[in-house]
Design a protein around this ligand. Structure first.
Ligand code: FEO
Length: 386
């Protein structure tokens, strides 16, 4: 496996994970990449490493350019193991290399690997020289962990952005202009919704800092980098981190004998009559990470479950737990469901309320709703939609 030159003296040396389909609960239908970059200068520098299972790819790609023992600096922009996991293997080749990271990075790496490595700790505004080039650092805490930072190479106008602007997308194309643009942007949106969504304020801060830089290339840590449509992805990050919604309703449910499903469609009819864009997702057929992508810009989320064994269905509870972790603010919610006895739709309300949503209605129906019931439910929801 070979390195890919992305600029004179700068190489992509990452790993392509073609088959991964579950990234800590996120359905990665198109696989992913863990991107690392090698800078050839007086001080040879590796920017990030890869997931431990991709170490062999990383070493092969580095070795296609230089011997790994020649690496002097390793910049660790993020402690999460998909980017730091190969540090132990690389440092076996080059035990005297310095790891350049931020204070939280040093703490995190020491906790993760319990090794006596050489650290050089940097903060926002610090610069190091690699010889002919230099690297500037901007700390971007919580995009995606407290230890995140981004690294800027001014002579090349390259921003090594780590998780920011990435996508889970496996490809031999390394840039946005080498891959289908709509697919890349859809995957960037899904990535934002499932990884970055809880951190809107840190994202805004990071964008403000990053955009002070003159950028001609964004070298991400996942998927493809950006060099053609930098303005497009930056604009999308501005839009997504603004948490603005549009006239859109997301209806998510599971059903046993179709009664809850009938209510889902009555709610659908209500939003349709108000000219809303609607996305309807049955949890039996849709993955929670795809559903989250639809919530990025939805004004309403409606969640339904029948009562099952004194509880809601596990699929709905799983979705609500995932939603609660990502917790996009500023949403209105409707809960709904059918029951025979021991009604438990109130548990949906608890989750939605804990997530910070404004519950505008809770639709609870005993046994099977008939057409008259469904019309009443529809009209009641129409009255509640402002
Ligand atoms: Fe790609 Fe937060 O790691």
């Amino acid at each position: 496996m070979k390195a890919r030159k992305i600029s004179e003296n700068v190489y992509w040396v990452g790993g392509i994970d073609w088959d991964v389909r579950n990234f800590h609960g996120y359905l990665t239908q198109r696989g992913t990449t863990y991107n690392a970059y090698l800078i050839i200068d007086k001080k040879i520098t590796l920017i990030d490493t890869v997931k431990p299972t991709m170490t062999s790819q990383l070493l092969q790609r580095i070795s296609s350019v230089i011997e790994p023992q020649k690496i002097d600096y390793i910049v660790s922009n993020h402690v999460e193991m998909d980017h730091s996991g190969s540090l132990p293997a690389i440092l076996k080749h080059t035990p005297n290399a310095e790891i350049i990271t931020c204070p939280h990075g040093e703490k995190g790496l020491k906790k993760h690997y319990k090794k006596d490595w050489k650290f050089r700790v940097v903060k926002t505004g610090d610069t190091i020289s690699t010889g002919n080039y230099s690297l500037q650092f901007v700390l971007t805490p919580m995009v995606h962990w407290p230890d995140n930072m981004i690294t800027y190479m001014p002579e090349k106008k390259i921003l090594f952005s780590n998780d920011a602007f990435g996508q889970h997308y496996a490809s031999t194309g390394r840039f946005d202009d080498e891959c289908p643009p709509d697919i890349i942007m859809d995957e960037a949106k899904k990535y934002y919704a499932n990884i970055v969504l809880p951190y809107a304020k840190p994202v805004k801060n990071a964008l403000d800092e990053a955009l002070k830089l003159d950028i001609e290339m964004i070298a991400t840590s996942h998927g493809v980098g950006w060099r053609k449509n930098i303005a497009g992805i930056v604009e999308k990050y501005r839009e997504w981190s603004s948490n603005k919604t549009k006239k859109k309703a997301l209806i998510v449910y599971d059903t046993m004998w179709h009664s809850t499903e009938k209510i889902a469609f009555a709610i659908y009819d209500a939003f349709e009559s108000k000219d809303y864009q609607i996305v309807l997702s049955n949890l039996q057929h849709n993955h929670i990470s795809d559903i989250m992508t639809e919530l990025i810009d939805a004004e309403y989320i409606c969640v339904g479950s029948p009562t099952l064994n004194k509880n809601i269905m596990p699929s709905v509870a799983g979705f609500l737990t995932y939603l609660n972790g990502l917790a996009p603010g500023n949403r209105k919610a409707i809960s709904f469901g059918s029951y025979g006895w021991g009604e438990q739709i109130k548990k949906i309300d608890q989750y939605l309320s804990d997530t910070g949503f404004e519950i505008i209605e809770s639709v609870k129906h005993k046994y099977i709703p008939d057409n008259e019931d469904l019309l009443r439910i529809k009209n009641n929801i129409i009255d509640k939609i402002k």
